[in-house]
Ligand binder design. Sequence first.
Ligand SMILES: [Mn+2]
Length: 356
Amino acid sequence: MQMTLRWYGSRFDTVTLQQIRQIPGVTGVISTLYDTAPGDVWELDAILALKKEIEDAGLSLAGIESVNVHDAIKAGLPERDKYIDNYIATLENLGKADIHLVCYNFMPVFDWTRTELARVRPDGSTVLAYTQEAVDKLNPEEMFSSISSDTNGSIMPGWEPERMEHIKELFEMYRNVDDEALFANLKYFLERIMPVCDKYDINMAIHPDDPAWSVFGLPRIIINKANILRMMKMVDNPHNGVTFCSGSYGTNLENDLPDMIRSLKGRIHFAHVRNLKFNSPTDFEEAAHLSSDGTFDMYEIMLALYDIGFTGPIRPDHGRMIWGEVAMPGYGLYDRALGAAYLNGLWEAIVKSHQK
Ligand SMILES: [Mn+2]
C-alpha cells in the first residue's frame, strides 16, 4: 500500500505539500481540481500542472478524489449523455496524464451529512459529529446554512454554495428516483465509462454513502456488503471498484468492516481508514484514528487489507482539530499526520509478523 494524504491544491488547502512531505511514510497525495464544477471537462494542461506541482514537492499524485458526477447522471435525466461524454473526456485526459485512480460517489444531493462540525471532546479537541435526532428536526436548507456557517472559512467538498443555492431544485430532480432507479442510473453510467477505463487502466473507486442510510428521504445504495457486491456484479469489470471507507461504512454498526474488506478482494482500489466513536447507534463522532479512542478495531481493518493483498493508495481520513490549528473541518495537518503515522505502524507490525 502507499500512504497518502488528501490535498485540495495550493489555492484551497491550509496544508502545504512541504508539510505533507515531512510526515514520515507519506509519499503521495490524493488531489483534485477543486474549482471545477461537476459536469465540466478537466483540461489536460490543468491536470499536468497539478501533477507537476506535486512531483516538484517530492510527492506523487496517487489518484483523484473526486471527479464528481453531475446530478443529471445520478437522477437519469435526458441530458445525462452530454455529461457522461464530458466525464469520459475528463477520464481520457487523466489517462493521458498517467493517472489511474478516480474516487467518486453516487449520493444524491449531499456528499455526506454531519450535524456538527466542531463537537468538543473531553480532551478539548473538536470533531465532526452526527446525531439522527438533529437530522430528524432539520430541513435540508437549514442544514446547509448551519454547515456553511461553521467551516473555518473554507468551502466544504460537496457543499459548494453554488450547488446548495439550488437545493430545492435538486430535491425535485430526485423526486421519482428510488434505490432501484439509482442502481440502474449507476449501471448506465459505468457501462458507458468502462471502455475508456479499460483503455487507460483507470480504476474507478466508488465512495460509500455517508451516513450509510437514507437521509431526508433521498435514495442511498452504496451502504452495505449486499449492495456493493451487487454493484460489482452488475458491471463485472475490475476497473469498477471501491473506495473502502471505514468511517462511512462504519456509520452502520451492522456492517462488519473486516468481513466486507475480505469479500471485496481485488476490487478495493483505494482505502480511507479512520475510526468513529459511537455514543449510541445514532450518535457518533469522528474520534482519533487509534482503536482505543473509538469503536472500531483498527488493527483488524488493516489486517484485512493486508490479507487481501491490498496494494493501492490508503489515507487517514478526517482528523480532529487539535493544537489550535485552523483548517477545513476534518482536513487539518496535525491529526491526520498522527493518523498516518499510526496506520503505518500497524502496517509495519502486520507485515513483519507475517514474515517471521
Ligand atoms: Mn471517506
